[in-house]
Design a protein around this ligand. Structure first.
Ligand code: PLP
Length: 437
């Protein structure tokens, strides 16, 4: 049996998260239900923060990549842990604003920011706008000038590194849709254009090479490339950059087959590489930023479902059908992301055969987990899918007009709703019947 980090088994033999009995949570709050362990989120924040302090004297900042799980309560947790926030859209930025997050610690990403989004960022004085492309630099400069503001920017660079992960989450290669190309001189040229812009303050360079990475080598390669580029910018443009941001993507243990990475030794290696590369070139180490997303929240979450029916078996596929699916977790559908599942009332029940956990949406492809060894399961059982804290709620949809589940935050036996369950009124809220119909 695999238990993700937030979980334990209580004296009744039930699954427990944040001191709460998962069966009781399902009964009280209904299913499907996202449950997030606040204690583990905070421990993950502090392990990144403490490692940066230990290995780099705290000269930098850990930014939580909020697209993994973004809600006002989550922004509050990040703020209280002293981390910064990486947002990648106007909606994520607006969530941060509404939560009262300190704007100087908000870093605004995105490869096609709209004018409205840029204005929202500039008016609210975000800490950084990460410039993705040449058009965006001109757009940001024009809008900032129009508003009479100066903006601090960093530039997203494609360092040309293959992070050897799923194609859908590789982002650092020269043919990626994100960022400026290093090898053909585009990145240097755009930064030199920025240098001439009065309302643009150049702060640094950024890269993010991919996600769900378990090896240190691509991070070290990225660190070398970025320090080298920082040095080149200094020599050719005479611009001294204050910071480099090496992105996120730290691998997460979704299933027993994944290894776990030791955050402290990972951060240690990255810091050492940056310092060594700087020393070789005789430059002062810049502030170092990192942007973990999934590694902060994925292991802290589970999703609880009620089993509606069990079909097949006897030579046919055994299907366990639950009351959610691709609408609340599209990650299997998107990239065959693996998950594990347990029965909440009997997580240690021995497996009897393989099964496929499928959802209730009208697609044969609506699968949560394919071919997983499962015990006897009967209708009405509460099934927990593990390590769903990242990119589940944030990627959820209303497909089939399914209301989105609630999100609970649990800690020390207390459960609080941080995103309320949608109801049917939410489903029709934006529908309009024109007068002539
Ligand atoms: C998505 C993203 C991250 C976080 O990735 P994880 O795999 O969740 O750690 C960090 N930085 C940028 C720019 C991203 O787009």
């Amino acid at each position: 049996m695999f238990l993700s980090e937030a979980l334990s088994i209580n004296s009744k033999g039930h699954l427990e998260i944040g001191g709460c009995d998962a069966v009781e949570l399902a009964r009280e709050f209904g299913t499907p239900l996202y449950v997030m362990d606040e204690g583990l989120i905070r421990r993950n924040c502090s392990s990144f923060r403490d490692s940066l302090m230990k290995h780099y004297g705290g000269n930098g900042l850990i930014l939580y990549a909020s697209k993994a799980f973004c809600a006002m309560a989550m922004c509050r947790i990040i703020e209280s842990e002293g981390l910064g926030l990486d947002v990648a859209s106007g909606g994520e930025l607006y969530t941060a604003i509404k939560s009262g997050f300190s704007m100087e610690r908000v870093y605004f990403h995105g490869n096609n920011k709209t004018e409205g989004e840029i204005e929202l960022a500039v008016e609210n004085n975000v800490g950084r706008i990460i410039i993705d492309n040449r058009e965006e630099l001109f757009k940001v400069h024009r809008l900032a000038s129009g508003l009479g503001r100066k903006v601090r920017v960093t530039f997203r660079i494609k360092p040309g590194i293959d992070a050897h992960t799923h194609d859908a989450v590789k982002t650092g290669m020269s043919n990626s849709k994100f960022g400026l190309t290093l090898e053909n001189g585009e990145a240097l040229e755009v930064i030199s254009q920025a240098k001439a812009m009065e309302n643009i303050i150049i702060k640094g360079i950024h890269c993010h090479i991919g996600s769900q990475l378990f090896h240190i080598a691509p991070y070290k390669a990225a660190a070398q490339t970025m320090v080298d580029f920082l040095d080149r910018i200094r020599k050719t443009l005479g611009v001294e950059l204050e910071e480099i941001n090496l992105g996120g993507g730290f691998g997460v243990r979704y299933t027993a087959r994944h290894s776990s990475i030791d955050i402290d030794s990972f951060i240690g290696e990255i810091c050492r590489t940056v310092k060594e590369e700087c020393e070789k070139r005789g430059i002062k180490p810049p502030a170092l930023l990192l942007e973990p997303g999934r590694s902060i929240v994925a292991p802290a979450g589970i999703t609880l479902y009620t089993v509606g029916t069990v079909k097949g078996g006897n030579g046919f596929n055994r299907y366990i059908i639950v009351d959610g699916g691709m609408a609340d977790n599209p990650r299997y559908v998107l990239y065959q992301a693996p998950y594990e599942a347990l029965l909440a009332h009997h997580p240690q029940a021995p497996a009897v055969s393989e099964a496929t956990i499928a959802g209730k949406s009208c697609e044969s492809g609506d699968i949560l987990i394919r071919n997983i060894a499962m015990p006897e399961v009967k209708p009405g059982d509460i099934l927990a899918v593990l390590a769903t804290g990242a990119y589940n709620y944030s990627m959820s949809s209303n497909y089939n007009r399914l209301p989105r589940p609630a999100v609970l935050l649990v800690r020390n036996g207390r459960a609080r709703v941080i995103v309320k369950r949608e109801d049917y009124e939410d489903i029709v809220r934006n529908d309009i019947i024109p007068d002539d119909l």
